[in-house]
Design a protein around this ligand. Sequence first.
Ligand code: PMV
Length: 314
Amino acid sequence: MNKEKMGHGQASGKIILMGEHSVVYGEPAIAFPFQETYISTKVEPDTAMVLDCDYFCGDLSEAPPQLKSLKEVIKQTLSALQQENKTFKLTISSTIPAERGMGSSAAAAVSIVRALFDYFDTPCTQEVLLPLVNRAEKIAHGNPSGIDAAATSGNESLFFIKGQPLESFPLNVSNAFLIVADTGIKGQTRAAVRDVAHLFEQNKRSISQHIKELGHLTKLAKQAILTDDAYSLGKIMNQAHVQLKVLTVSNDQLDQLVITARENGALGAKLTGGGRGGCMIALADSKEHAVKIAAALESAGAKATWIQSLGVKN
Ligand code: PMV
C-alpha cells in the first residue's frame, strides 16, 4: 500500500437543455456541464474498504441498496485497473442535489472512476471512463442514453446522439440567461424512463410521433442557438414541455414553476432531466429578468435556483 498516496476525482452536474427522454430512442439532445454544482471523490489508504458519503459511512459491503451502482462502479474500475484486492477509503462530497435531473448519479460515478485511476497513477481517458460510468448508470437508471455520463465528465456543451461520437457544440446566446429551479422533490428518472417505454409499447404510432417531435424541436433549438435567436429558443422550450407532459414525465410542481416563469417574463420554460420532480429551466433575455424570474420561482415554492449566462463570457 502506498501510504503517502491520495487519489482525487471530480465531475460536474449537468443540465439537459433539450431532448430528455427522446434521447433514449435515438433522437438528439443538447446538454451542458453545470459547473455551479460538482462532486469530488478522495481516495486514501485504509486497511478496510470504507465509503464515506452523504448517505452512508462504513464498510462498503454494508452500503445500502441505493448505492448499488456506486459499489458496482468501484468493483468494475478496480477490475479494469487490475487492483481487485486493494483496500482504501473513498470520501465523496457533493453540491449536486441528488435525484433532481442534474446527473448526480453519473457525476458520482465519473468522480469515483477518476479518483481511482488517479490513486493508481493511471491516465483515465474518456474511452475508458464512459463505459465504466454507463455500466453504473444502467443499474441506477435501467436504460440510460449515456448523456449524463458524457455531460458530467466534459467541459463543453454537447449535441448528443446515443451511440454516436460526442459532438461538442457552442452554446452561446447573446444576453440570454438560464434559470435552473429545483422543485425540492426527488425526480424519478428510472420510473419515468420505464413508463415512457410502456407507453411506447402500448401505442407505438402515437408515442413515436411525440418522440420524433421532441427530436425535431431539439434540432430547431440547435438552429436557434447557432443563429443567436433567444426568442425562438424560448418558444421551442415551451413546445418541448408540452410534449414531455404528453409522455407523462412532468408533474404539478414542475408545471406550476413553468407557468410562474412564463408569467414573470421568461422567453420559455420546461422541465429538465428525468422529470416527475427534480428541476425545471427557464430562459431570460437579461440578467435582470433572470433575477426576477428566479425570485418568483422561489416564492412559488422552488427550493433552490441557479442562474447561468448563456452568452459568450467576456
Ligand atoms: O434525471 P437525469 O439527470 O438522470 O436525466 C435523465 C435523462 C433521460 O433522458 C430521461 C434518460 C437518459 O438516460 O437519457
